[in-house]
Design a protein around this ligand. Structure first.
Ligand code: HEC
Length: 351
């Protein structure tokens, strides 16, 4: 029965989401020590970390919410089969082997601290849960083990409405452009003689960085990775929405990607938008400046965040390390540095 299949799928999704909440909360607690109260999708309830950088629901990478499911009549079997075939053609298996950067990343010279390792583990679980649902749908679509777009019996007159996965989930979801850089890049220190204060990263800064990482890689857009030659529905890493962080004392003004996988020596991709791999490939690059050089040295040693302060402005270099999930595509090892974000943050005007 098609309805049963669809409703089982939906149940799995709901269960998946329910599982994701505690992990997100755990991440926020771990990173922040203090989860922020926020509004989740209807029915999720409770306290979830509201992520200022993420679209809509406040969940990383465009989380699936109940809204992705439309309630309404499905199609007749012939039209449904046609649409399914169309979806398979729009989301074919493609090889990403050629486009994957050849660099292996930089393995930290010292093991990560227990605190850092725990943070990455939590992030990895979070990414795994978020990517799993769409991966499963895409797998079912290609293996033809699930009926999509079908009419469920009893719609209209019946008590139970037909529920089917929204086309959006099956088709392209992330076709919006990346947002522009919100502000100006800081450039201090401009010479070796200029002293800037190196500060210990705090919970808020970690949260900002990890939220950015999730926003950029957006686990939902991993798609279904059968192997590197067969990936369905992958969409390049890119920032999506950058929302103001209501509780934060800092605002993110600028984020550039430091690339270490493509060029012989590390480069900074100069993008007018927040990093987006489509643009980044075409972007001009520059060498790392004094701050980024010092930061990268710290990250190579296993630190995750290097922060300097000058004149109410912070610059931070945050590590983009390989978690288990990244290894599906990137040929490297856990914790290896795949890149970094170079941030400029300024103190928010106090109200
Ligand atoms: C489904 C495959 C896939 C997964 C999973 C994946 N990536 Fe990527 N990544 C790519 C591809 C492909 C590129 C090359 C750019 C492009 O073609 O979009 C890339 C590029 C990058 C780059 C830019 C490298 C450079 O120097 O230009 C970084 C950084 C990166 N990925 C980090 C990560 C991290 C961190 C994770 C895990 C949290 C991850 N990726 C997971 C496929 C993937």
């Amino acid at each position: 029965m098609s309805f049963r299949r669809v409703s089982v799928g939906l149940t799995l999704l709901v269960v998946g989401l329910a599982l994701a909440w505690p992990s997100l909360t755990a991440l926020a607690q771990q990173i922040n020590g203090n989860p922020i109260k926020g509004q989740g999708p209807a029915g999720a309830g409770g306290s979830i970390p509201v992520n200022p950088f993420l679209p809509g629901s406040g969940l990383p990478g465009g989380q699936i919410t109940g809204q992705e499911f439309v309630i309404g009549p499905g199609l007749n079997p012939v039209d449904a089969a046609k649409k399914e075939e169309e979806a398979r053609q729009k989301l074919p298996f493609k090889s990403i082997a050629e486009r994957l950067p050849k660099g292996k990343g930089i393995v930290p010279s010292q093991p990560l601290s227990a605190e850092e390792a725990a943070r990455w583990k939590s992030l990895d679980q979070n990414i795994a849960r978020q990517s799993a649902t769409r991966a499963a749908l895409l797998k079912q679509l290609h293996e033809k083990t699930r009926a999509f777009f079908v009419a469920a019996p009893g719609f209209g007159g019946g008590r139970m409405p037909a529920i089917r996965p929204n086309d959006e989930l099956i088709y392209e979801r992330f076709d919006t452009a990346s947002p522009s850089q919100p502000g100006k890049e800081a450039t201090f220190p401009t010479s070796k003689d200029q002293t800037v204060e190196v500060v210990k990263a705090n919970a808020e800064q970690y949260q900002t960085h990890f939220a950015s990482l999730l926003n950029f890689v957006s686990p939902l857009s991993f798609g279904y990775v059968k192997d590197r030659e067969h990936v369905a529905g992958f969409q390049s890493h890119r920032f999506q929405e950058l929302k103001a962080q209501p509780k934060s004392t800092l605002s993110v003004d600028h984020i550039l990607l430091v690339g270490i996988l493509v060029h012989e020596s590390p480069v900074v991709y100069l993008t007018e938008e927040l990093p987006n791999m489509e643009d980044t490939r075409k972007a001009k690059t520059r060498k790392l400046d004094l701050f980024e050089d010092a930061g990268l040295t710290a990250l190579k040693k296993g630190e995750d965040l290097y922060v300097v302060e000058h004149d109410h402005t912070l610059r931070m270099l945050g590590a983009l390390r390989a978690t288990e999930q990244c290894l599906q595509c990137h040929d490297t090892q856990r914790d290896a540095l795949l890149g970094a974000f170079s941030y400029t943050l300024r103190a928010k005007e106090q109200e």
